[in-house]
Design a protein around this ligand. Structure first.
Ligand code: SF4
Length: 328
């Protein structure tokens, strides 16, 4: 692993058992939720993981958190293989990789005060030698998350806060452990449009002030515009394109990325793309299409796409180049 990549994911797969087609069938079937994902993350880098719902991005997040056991592949963090850890070993990694869930209404215990919610991870991880040290950490995490002054919110309950404030509490409960990576799974999709920018601004601020890397999972390519360093586009369990934010937004290579971008309302004419409406539904992840898995919906597919998958191995390599290899 190169020094600058402190998280490296290689060939990661997660297949779930699926129902057999009939009670007489002996054929084992699997849902290919994550199907060979490779990517790296640098310190304090923001990578946006973008794709339609059902493309496997949330399962990927659970694999990175160790909440699902991979079928194959490896995850390395700070040079250490963390793919299969026992509960004790996992605890240390969990402190460093924290998750921000989508729904701030569901992820907060309604019977606890904000102070208790944010203090709890410190107790679980045995951090802080005294009550006053933990109190200081709780207040700092709250104020860094925009809940200022902390004293105003400490004794309140989640139902007394707005949706945006609750999501700040969720972020504070992650920050209190001083993580190195925040894994944010659709962190703004349940919030009012007016609040979304505030939360994205907060995450952008934290990566600078706290040097935190962020994996920002979203179905909305339009929401990552100014915030992400790199964008990885997922389709049916695989990453199909990775590039810097500008590369992907200005010169998308994969037909799927082009289609996603084409339907985003963009005021800047330079970034506006011809509207592409994909035909059909995302295929069933149990019956993944042969060849390039995007071929049933791809507007520029050729016959060879039904039998061969274009290689996509390194960052910066264009999809077009990969497709040309396929055509040869
Ligand atoms: Fe489309 Fe073929 Fe490229 Fe797949 S390999 S995205 S089907 S052109």
């Amino acid at each position: 692993m190169s020094k600058e990549h402190f998280l490296e994911v290689t060939g990661l797969k997660k297949y779930f058992d699926a129902d057999r087609p009939s009670i007489f069938s002996r054929e084992a079937r699997y849902v290919h939720a994550v199907d060979g994902v490779d990517f790296t993350l640098r310190r304090s880098e923001v990578i946006a993981l973008v794709g339609e719902s059902g493309c496997g991005k949330s399962t990927l997040a659970l694999l990175l958190m160790g909440l699902e056991e991979p079928t194959a592949g490896t995850v390395s963090f700070e040079g250490r293989d963390i793919t299969h850890l026992n509960d004790n070993e996992r605890k240390d990694v969990r402190r460093k990789i924290q998750m921000v869930f989508q729904d701030p209404y569901e992820s907060l215990n309604p019977t606890q005060t904000i102070e208790e919610i944010i203090n709890e991870p410190l107790v679980v991880h045995g951090i802080g030698s005294s009550r006053s040290e933990r109190d200081e950490r709780v207040k700092k995490a709250m104020e860094d998350s925009g809940l200022k002054p902390a004293e105003v919110y400490l004794k309140r309950f989640p139902h007394e806060l707005s949706g945006g404030q609750r999501q700040r509490v969720v972020i504070a409960a992650a920050l209190v452990l001083e993580p190195e990576i925040l894994l944010a799974d659709e962190p703004v999709s349940m919030l009012d449009v007016s609040i979304r920018a505030e939360i994205i601004n907060l995450l952008a601020e934290l990566r600078i002030t706290r040097q935190i890397a962020v994996i920002f999972i979203t179905h909305d390519l339009g929401s990552v515009g100014f915030f992400a360093d790199r964008v990885a586009v997922m389709y049916l369990g695989r990453i199909v394109e990775v590039g810097t934010m500008l590369e992907v937004l200005e010169k998308p290579q994969h037909p799927y990325t082009k289609a996603l971008l084409s339907v985003i309302p963009v005021p800047n004419l330079r970034l506006r793309h011809e509207r592409i409406i994909l035909q059909g539904e995302t295929p069933n992840p149990i019956d993944v299409p042969t060849g390039c898995r995007f071929h049933p919906r791809c507007p520029v597919a050729i016959a060879a796409c039904k039998v061969s998958d274009p290689p996509f191995v390194s960052f910066g390599r264009t999809h077009q180049a990969a497709c040309l290899l396929l055509v040869k």
